[in-house]
Unconditional design. Structure first.
Length: 90
């Protein structure tokens, strides 16, 4: 029982730590910029990730102009297909 309680207490702290981290703040800012919607399919209410429009080695990894918010499904498609995909306007 103590292990279960300890696990439950750690989860909110981990979430808070992520939101307070520089990377967590970047994600929150860019998801807000993109209207909390996937820039590929427009889905809202989904877990969003950030996708690099240009290879990370050619830009700063935290350059907002090189990042878009995408849902998990679209992110997987972006990395599995070589074809171009239309990005919705903000």
């Amino acid at each position: 029982i103590l292990d279960d309680l300890h696990g439950l207490l750690k989860t909110p702290w981990r979430r808070l730590h992520w939101r307070m981290s520089a990377q967590g703040r970047l994600h929150a800012r860019l998801h807000r910029r993109d209207g909390h919607a996937c820039r590929i399919c427009g889905a809202m209410g989904q877990r969003l990730e950030l996708h690099h429009l240009t290879p990370e080695r050619t830009t700063r990894p935290d350059d907002p102009s090189a990042l878009i918010s995408v849902c998990v499904s679209c992110h997987q498609q972006l990395h599995s297909q070589a074809q171009e995909i239309l990005i919705l306007p903000r």
